[in-house]
Design a protein around this ligand. Sequence first.
Ligand SMILES: Nc1nc2c(ncn2[C@@H]2O[C@H](COP(=O)(O)OP(=O)(O)OP(=O)(O)O)[C@@H](O)[C@H]2O)c(=O)[nH]1
Ligand SMILES: [Mg+2]
Length: 284
Amino acid sequence: MGNLFSNISEDSKICATEEVELRKQIKDANPTPYNRSTYNILLLGQIRAGKSSFYNTTHCAITGEFLETAPVRNEDTHITTQYRVRQLRGTHIKLCDTMGFNDVNAISQEQVKKLLKGELPDRFKFQPKDEKEITENTTLMSKRTNKSIEANKIHAVVFVIDGNYFDKMTQPNKKFLIETNIICNNEEIPVVALVTHLDEFSSEVEQNVLCSYAKRNTKVQGKFCEIKNFFGINAMWVLPVVNYTDTLESDWKKNFLALKALLAMVSRAKGYLEDKAEIGNNPD
Ligand SMILES: Nc1nc2c(ncn2[C@@H]2O[C@H](COP(=O)(O)OP(=O)(O)OP(=O)(O)O)[C@@H](O)[C@H]2O)c(=O)[nH]1
Ligand SMILES: [Mg+2]
């Protein structure tokens, strides 16, 4: 990767070609050999980590269109309180967006298990402790069929981590991640860590987002190492991304990182389905 950072005009040439290739690979990714119509990828993480922003960033990287399909805001309250299953346009990939956790509210471990099994429907309303009881869920739950449960089953889990806050995370939040990671391991569902907000974490990344990949950026690499050890995953599954925030200008470097990260997630999901097929198990 060294030459990616040495000369911007060279960068543009290399990455423009690679970006096209990555986009093609993402559009071509198709789980029909495993009797599935989509790869289902679950996004979990702390409130404001950038889960919904990642959906919007990948949508832009794939289609070139800026849409804030997934609502994003910088507030202390939960922005996403509904489970939203969104298929990326022109792909066989669904990104499943959840309510973020904080010290007060988190998705329960029972709900995590249900999400993994596909038992919670799209638009299921998570219930922050300070909200009144929700009645719509009963209607949504009653509409579930075996087919819709199967279609929503998760094939890979993404822990979305704000690079700035990882070491400041409180015990309850760490506990949520540790317990959820154990559930995924027990269910043999592969996990990756998506590290966001790296532009705020490192001024070098702010200047050139591709520096998040550079081995010489010891600050970023040190953070990746902590995250890799925390989840007990291989370094290749710690994925940097810098989400679109306040600009409507397409940035090939951001697209490049988002597409690389998405492809890694698909590869994990494919590995899961492949593994289940090989041992002759139906993953459901
Ligand atoms: N600088 C920077 N800001 C980001 C990044 N990703 C997200 N943000 C900002 O962080 C804030 C929260 O982003 P969201 O995408 O709403 O976070 P979320 O994880 O979906 O939050 P909840 O739905 O509340 O759990 C927004 O202001 C985003 O613009 C990033 O990579 N860099
Ligand atoms: Mg959100």
